[in-house]
Design a protein around this ligand. Structure first.
Ligand code: SF4
Ligand code: SF4
Length: 223
């Protein structure tokens, strides 16, 4: 029992340190990238990591590694109105349009001076700064991570890693109260994606929030 508590405390400490490091990375990159364009290269590294990881575990990167995602959750959790995210943002047609516009902008700008290290770094920084600005505004109005419901990197991970959530539901315990859906950072319609005993939404960020917030402990990670 004591060992279990120790392990839990260690895990909590690790999560706090991880959050601190990733949030600091986001703040430093966005805050100083205009002066030190080389910091802009952190953006493609994060994007590539997300895409590679999605092959194995869907949007795990979004919920557990993404520095901007953590920045938005940590800084705006108290300031956000925490209103439901508009369904429109989650529609695939809208998400593909956002992805097309942003990727098109990226390629167009880089093509203008592809051999300049500073120039290319600044293009990545600019895209990250502008989209984070949009994320902050939406985070105040709706939920802190509204941006993540249509972020192009999230959409890529959803398309590439079509994995189910691996969350199991005990229908005998479930009250249908939908607390899990309200607490979900991107308001996934958890209950409507259930197939037999499995929650199958491929947008799941694997953040575990629904599991910890369910009043009946009806949700759990599958093996
Ligand atoms: S929070 Fe728990 S009990 Fe409520 S709907 Fe979700 S799974 Fe069911
Ligand atoms: S709250 Fe649950 S369903 Fe929503 S992203 Fe987190 S783990 Fe996935």
């Amino acid at each position: 029992m004591q060992e279990l508590t120790m392990m839990k405390n260690l895990k909590n400490k690790f999560v706090v340190i991880k959050k601190f490091l990733f949030v600091s990375l986001a703040v430093v990159t966005i805050g100083l990238g205009w002066k030190l364009p080389v910091l802009g290269y952190i953006v493609p590294v994060v994007m590539l990591t997300a895409v590679v990881l999605s092959l194995y575990n869907g949007r795990y990167h979004c919920g557990n590694i993404c520095p901007r995602g953590m920045f938005l959750s940590v800084f705006f959790i108290k300031k956000s109105k925490n209103a439901l995210i508009p369904v429109f943002f989650k529609k695939m047609s809208f998400r593909l349009m956002v992805m097309g516009v942003l990727m098109g902008f990226l390629v167009f700008r880089i093509a203008q001076n592809p051999t300049s290290i500073d120039y290319v770094g600044r293009v990545f920084w600019l895209m990250c700064a502008v989209t984070t600005g949009i994320g902050i505004i939406l985070g105040f109005i709706y939920k802190p991570r509204t941006w993540c419901s249509f972020c192009p990197v999230g959409t890529m991970q959803k398309i590439i890693g079509r994995h189910s959530t691996n969350i199991q539901i005990d229908k005998n315990l479930c009250l249908n109260c939908k607390v899990c859906e309200k607490k979900c950072p991107i308001n996934i319609d958890i209950l409507s994606t259930v197939k037999e005993t499995e929650v199958t939404g491929s947008d799941c960020l694997k953040c575990s929030l629904c599991i910890s917030q369910c009043p009946k402990k009806a949700l759990s990670w599958g093996s």
